[in-house]
Unconditional design. Structure first.
Length: 477
């Protein structure tokens, strides 16, 4: 199944709960799609608890995959298909026209969603509020936000925890900035239900604006439901109306056998371990980013997410951190640093156009931030061949390109070369030992036959490469 950066699955609402749809979603998740949106057509539900069951059921399928996954209901966002672009549209048996029209047969005996009439109805309240840290927006956050947007008909206030309340958080250095967290929340809410008025409040104390604002309902999780009592006590002192409480269940992390709720702490731990960075090194990396751009969202949300994907072992933020230490002497340091940050942003070992896709991602960033992208784009694309024969570059740019490419290859002369070789094997684990041995030796011999640019210790690099070749030749396959 071919990989697509952004995939839309259009599906009739009545297909929810059938094994065929569940398997189809998981099949696409297994291909490490970068983003999947499931757009459900014809949603006739009235009661919130049914939506809650549906969202828990669908998001449960995504827990063990790195793909960004979102569920959208057509009754709440009728203009969705006109307002969002996708690389591929899969149309599962709806009358709408898409790139594909796959007709599926369903076994009606396996439907899992029970339609009950109980509890609050959608749009029952005009004005509501919720709150949270919303760090590294995950499926638990998306369920909370989705149900909050279903609960209200006009206005939703979203309290996002501010710096003052985050001092005791585990791995605090890996926390996203308020700017990044609020943008991620806003983007999701506008995609899910753009008709609701949104207000964001940075929480410097737990109650935020709900202690005295005009609200009717507080949407909370089981973990945070005590906040309802606390807020209502504050409102009672001011002779304000008591807030209703819609308390949402908790989606559990199947990786931990259902013992632990999905949390942002887990994501911070994964980012740290996947990238092999200490908290201090991560903060240094963030400062390097801030030296070339004040747009933290692109670093904290987009680049960090990409470089922390599970298929990576060498091509992680550790590689970027190490490269940045090798850029001394660059004439235009901003160009070289940005090329470093983006050059491996897209990396799927089974694909052959990673450099081109990384370049396109950089160009999106450049367009948003209004910076010239031409030279940096050339730098990124040259990591495919590692050649410096770009005649139309100026002398300074050509010098910077050589520094950049040398930094990318500096692992070859490193004392950590053996770990690098092991990590590359992990990234290409889809090859058999025989296939990998043949292909890797060919790549290494090509390195030896070429000039390894201006590395500080070309002799050490050639020695490391030769030793790996000898180890591979001894493999019994």
């Amino acid at each position: 199944m071919k990989h697509h950066a952004k995939l839309l699955i259009i599906c009739p609402f009545e297909f929810i709960g059938f094994q065929t749809l569940d398997h189809k979603i998981e099949d696409y998740l297994k291909t490490n799609q970068e983003e999947i949106v499931l757009y459900l057509i014809g949603t006739p539900i009235t009661y919130l608890k049914v939506y809650e069951k549906i969202l828990f059921h669908l998001y449960d399928k995504t827990q063990n995959y790195p793909t960004k996954f979102s569920v959208i209901f057509d009754s709440l966002n009728k203009q969705f298909l006109n307002n969002h672009k996708f690389d591929l549209v899969i149309n599962l048996g709806t009358p709408l026209q898409g790139d594909f029209n796959i007709q599926l047969s369903f076994n009606h005996e396996v439907q899992q969603i029970q339609f009950s009439e109980e509890g609050y109805k959608i749009n029952q309240f005009q004005r509501g509020a919720n709150g949270g840290t919303f760090d590294h927006l995950h499926i638990g956050h998306k369920i909370l936000l989705s149900l909050s947007l279903l609960t209200v008909s006009q206005h939703l206030t979203i309290g996002i925890t501010g710096e003052i309340l985050l001092q005791k958080k585990k791995l605090k250095g890996f926390l996203q900035s308020y700017e990044t967290r609020s943008r991620c929340v806003k983007e999701f809410c506008l995609m899910f239900r753009p008709d609701i008025e949104l207000y964001f409040s940075e929480l410097i104390e737990p109650a935020g604006p709900t202690k005295n604002g005009q609200y009717e309902v507080l949407i909370a999780t089981q973990e945070t439901q005590k906040s309802l009592e606390y807020i209502n006590n504050l409102r009672k002192e001011l002779n304000l109306n008591q807030l209703e409480g819609y308390i949402i269940g908790m989606i559990e992390n199947q990786v931990n056998q259902g013992e632990v709720k999905i949390s942002s702490t887990q994501f911070r731990e994964q980012i740290q371990s996947q990238n092999r960075l200490t908290e201090q090194e991560y903060l240094e990396l963030k400062q390097e980013w801030l030296s070339v751009s004040n747009n933290l969202y692109w670093f904290e949300s987009i680049l960090v997410d990409y470089y922390s994907q599970s298929q990576r072992h060498y091509h992680t933020l550790r590689h970027i951190y190490d490269m940045l230490k090798q850029l001394k002497g660059a004439k235009n340091i901003q160009n070289v640093k940005l090329a470093t940050f983006f050059h491996d942003a897209i990396y799927y070992p089974k694909l052959h156009d990673n450099e081109e896709k990384s370049c396109l991602l950089f160009q999106q960033f450049a367009q948003e931030c209004k910076i010239d992208s031409e030279v940096i784009s050339i730098f990124i694309l040259q990591t495919k061949s590692h050649q410096t024969d770009v005649s139309f570059l100026s002398e300074n740019d050509l010098s910077d390109l050589m520094i950049f490419l040398d930094a990318d290859m500096s692992i070859l002369e490193s004392d950590a070369y053996q770990i690098y070789a092991q990590d590359i094997r992990k990234e290409y684990s889809h090859f058999t030992d025989k296939e990998y041995k043949t292909g890797r030796i060919a790549v290494l011999q090509k390195f030896l036959q070429s000039k390894i640019f201006n590395l500080r210790s070309e002799e050490k690099a050639r020695k490391n490469i030769q030793e790996e070749i000898e180890i591979l030749q001894q493999w019994v396959v």
